[in-house]
Design a protein around this ligand. Structure first.
Ligand code: SF4
Length: 438
């Protein structure tokens, strides 16, 4: 049996792209292999947001050389954001001549055709489109989960934050038509999916490129009416595009969960400007205040970076101060990493690694303390939990997410997967809550 094995690096967008790649392979008669060792096609869907992600791909390709020598018919493919970078496809060809197929983010839908070309030519096939030629709809997805489903609503990004490689590898923002998204979500609800997660680099700018004034708020209103769907989530938002109209729309919709992931990245106005984020710390804190007053039972999470070029002690103190003021439920913290081709990589005053290390430790310690306090406030409250399954670490306990996107564990011997149950929180930890079903 022709079988495939896809290894995915990076974000939820890539996770979902891999589901679509798997769907296309299955439509072509391939079956999923249980392991890389059993597969006749190995596909690496790559990420280049950080150097570490790229190094993982290079070392895996290195390890695959022996396997390819032993099994010449094995097909090795590399796709996603890495080969979309300037000169990367030729670098892969030079370093790993045994890689059979290389394609980018704009022509992932060509996979079946490209595989035919590999099979017929017995030569390496490289096809990278410099830009998108429009959104390709109608590709089957082999989804990994049966309770929550990823649904892409936009591709690309127009924001050009100075540290970010995404606009260079994912192209300009393109929104899918509202009717295509609605049809996909209705089909998913019909298949029993209770929760969907709308995906985009910046979901708030959905519809800016569409005729007829369709925006993110109108999309949420349109999806709210779909029968069988219980919950709507979305990521990632850009604070600059989170306007009052969207806040009141979300506050008025029952299915849209009260979890807001709003990457702030830094707390210093000087650094926010150098990052080209398009808002000040005051505007960001004001946005948080507005959300908290419009949506009382909400959870707010963020992304924060330390060590952006030129960040001095007072800039960092501004970030620490903002975290204390914002009191996020949790935060993804990152150390700045220079990406070739981004404006920030050319800034002279790069922050020494030792300083970055100190700052990230300080940030993590502070945020963990706040997250613990925020989770402790949940004790005694009842949370609606969408059950995702049995805890692997703690048999006899089921787990799921609250509407605030917090993991909740509770004892139960019945199979309640896909059900929404009410759980009274009795205990809190840094990464999860525990309770009893009511
Ligand atoms: S909003 Fe900024 S950080 Fe996010 S993908 Fe776009 S350019 Fe990158």
């Amino acid at each position: 049996m022709k079988s495939y094995f896809i290894i995915t690096f990076g974000c939820q967008m890539n996770e979902h792209d891999s589901e679509v790649l798997a769907g296309m392979l299955e439509a072509k008669g391939f079956v999923a292999a249980d392991s890389m060792e059993e597969a006749s096609i190995i596909l690496l869907n790559t990420c280049c947001v950080r150097e570490t992600a790229e190094n993982k791909v290079f070392s895996l390709l290195g390890r695959l050389r022996q396997r390819k020598m032993a099994h010449p018919d094995l097909i090795i493919g590399v796709c996603g954001c890495m080969p979309q970078q300037k000169n990367m496809a030729s670098r892969i060809a030079r370093l790993f001549s045994y890689v059979d197929l290389v394609f980018g983010t704009h022509n992932a839908h060509q996979l079946p055709e490209l595989l035919d070309r590999v099979a017929n030519s017995k030569k390496t096939v490289q096809e990278i489109w410099p830009a998108s030629r429009g959104i390709s709809e109608g590709h089957p997805a082999k989804r990994k989960d049966s309770v929550r489903a990823w649904v892409t609503i936009t591709y690309g990004c127009n924001n050009f934050c100075t540290y970010c490689i995404v606009p260079f590898v994912r192209g300009r923002e393109r929104s899918r038509k509202q009717e295509d998204i609605k049809a996909e979500v209705a089909e998913l609800a019909g298949e029993g999916y209770k929760e969907i997660v709308l995906l985009g680099q910046n979901v708030n700018s959905y519809g800016k490129d569409l005729e007829g004034g369709r925006d993110f708020a109108s999309l949420l209103q349109c999806l709210e009416g779909i029968n069988g769907l219980e919950r709507i989530r979305y990521m990632t938002s850009h604070p600059r595009d989170f306007n009052d109209g969207l806040i009141s729309t979300i506050a008025g919709l029952q299915k849209v969960c009260e979890h807001f992931h709003l990457p702030v990245q830094a707390g210093s106005n000087r650094i926010l400007k150098k990052m080209n984020r398009g808002y000040t710390r005051e505007q960001y804190l004001d946005l948080i205040r507005k959300i908290r007053s419009a949506v009382p039972q909400q959870s707010i999470t963020t992304d924060i970076m330390v060590g952006f070029p030129g960040e001095d002690d007072s800039d960092f103190n501004d970030t620490v101060d903002l975290i204390k003021l914002a009191r996020f439920d949790s935060a993804y913290t990152f150390v700045y990493n220079a990406r070739p081709g981004t404006p920030a990589a050319d800034i002279k005053e790069q922050v020494p690694e030792a300083v970055k290390k100190d700052r990230i430790q300080t940030l993590i310690k502070l945020q963990n303390q706040i997250s613990l306090e925020k989770n402790r406030e949940e004790i005694g409250r009842c949370q609606d939990v969408l059950v995702e399954g049995e805890s692997k670490k703690k048999p006899g306990l089921l787990y799921g997410r609250s509407r605030g996107n917090k993991i909740v564990l509770f004892p139960c011997t019945r199979n309640l997967r896909g059900k929404i149950v009410s759980v009274r929180i009795t205990e809190s930890r840094l990464a999860h809550l525990s309770g009893e079903m009511v």
